[in-house]
Design a protein around this ligand. Sequence first.
Ligand code: PLP
Length: 398
Amino acid sequence: MPISPSIMTTYGRIDIAFTHGEGSFLISEDGKRYLDYASGIAVNAFGHCHPKLVEALQDQASKLWHTSNLYRIPEQETVAEKLVANSCADRVFFCNSGAEATEGAVKVARRYAWANGDKDRTEIICATGAFHGRTLAMLAANDRPLFREGFGPSAQGFTHVEWGDIENLKKNIGKHVAAILVEPVQGEGGARKAPPGYLKSLQEIAKQNGSLLISDEVQIGMGRSGSLFAYQQEGIEPDIIALAKGLGGGFPVGAVLARANVGDAMIPGTHGSTFGGNPLAMRSANAVLDLLLENNFLDDLKKMVTYFDKKMDELLKHDLQNSPILVHKKGSGMLRGFQLDEKVTAGNFGNVARDKGLLLVGAAENTIRLLPPLNTSKEEVDKAFDILKNVIIEMKTK
Ligand SMILES: *Cc1c(COP(=O)(O)O)cnc(C)c1O
C-alpha cells in the first residue's frame, strides 16, 4: 500500500512500519526483527520499551500530563537539579526539540550580551558542516544552503568558519560576536569529531573576546559521547549547552542549560514554551538520567565504546583485502560512522544492511552512521558487525 497522500512529503520514507520494539530490536508489521542501530536518530538512548521508562511514563500518565509553566512543576525541578548537579551549568530551560534548544541557546546568548549593555553583540559564529535544526533561524546556523532555498530571507547574524581551523576563527571573531555555536561531534555533518584541542581553543578565544561558547549536544550529549556530556572530554566548560534527542529516551524533550549569570539574563516573559518540561516529558527525562547516572553505567559504556572501536578497526582491516568500500572510521563514543568509497552511496549501504536486519542512518560526506542504544550488549555489537561484514561482501560482488 502506498503511503497516505495526507502526509506532507518532507521525508523520503522507507516503506517499513514497526509495530513494537524490544530493547535494541524493532519488529516490523511482517514480523521481521531488526537490530536498531539508528535509534530513531540517536533518540532511543536505552532502546525500546526499557522497563524503567515504561514504568515512569505509565505511572505519570495516570496522574497528570500537563499543567503549563504558569505553575510550578516539581518533576521539572527534579530534572533541572540533576542536570545542574552533573554539569557545569546552573540554570535549565525545557523545550520540546533540538531546534528549540539550539535556538533557545542563541536567544540566551544574545540576551546576555544585551543585558550587559553590549547591544551590538549579536553575531553567532558557526562551523562548516554544522547542523542545528530546521527552524527559520537555525536554517541560517546550518551549513546547508539547500536547506534555506525557497524559505525567504535568511535570519541575520550567523557566520560560518572552517571547522577545525582556529586561524579562520580568529579572523572572524570580534566585539560583534555574542557566541560561538558548535557541535563537539558533528552528527548530520558526517560523524565528525572535533580535532584535538579545537574546542579548548574555541573556548579560550571566546573568553578573550567576551563571547560565549555554546555546545550543541543535541545528538552527542546524554551519554552518547561515552561521558554524560561531550564537553567533559575536552577539558572545557561551555557557557550554554543545548540538549534534546536522547534526553527523553523517545519522548520529545529539549533543554537549554546555562551558567548562572548567563541564564539569569532571561527574566519572566523573555522566553517560553507551552509544552516545555511538562510532567510526562520530565518523568521520561528523569528516568533516562537515573539510568545514565546509576551504578557504573558510564564506566561500562566507556568499555563498550572501546570494544565497538576495536570492532570498527577489525572491519576496516577485513575490508582492506580487496577494493575497499570503507574509507575510514569516524565519530566518537556511540556516534560513529564509516566514510564510504565513492563507488557506493550511504543510501545503498543502508538499504543492504536493512535487508540483512540492521538499521543504520546516513550522514553527509557519504558517511553511514552507527547510533546504537547506549545499553547495547556485546552480543548485539558482534551481531551488528557480522551483518556489516556481510553487507561489504555483498556490495563487493555486485
Ligand atoms: C538533530 C539535531 C538538531 C535538531 O533537533 P530537532 O529535534 O530535529 O529539532 C540540532 N542540533 C543537532 C546537533 C542535532 O543533531
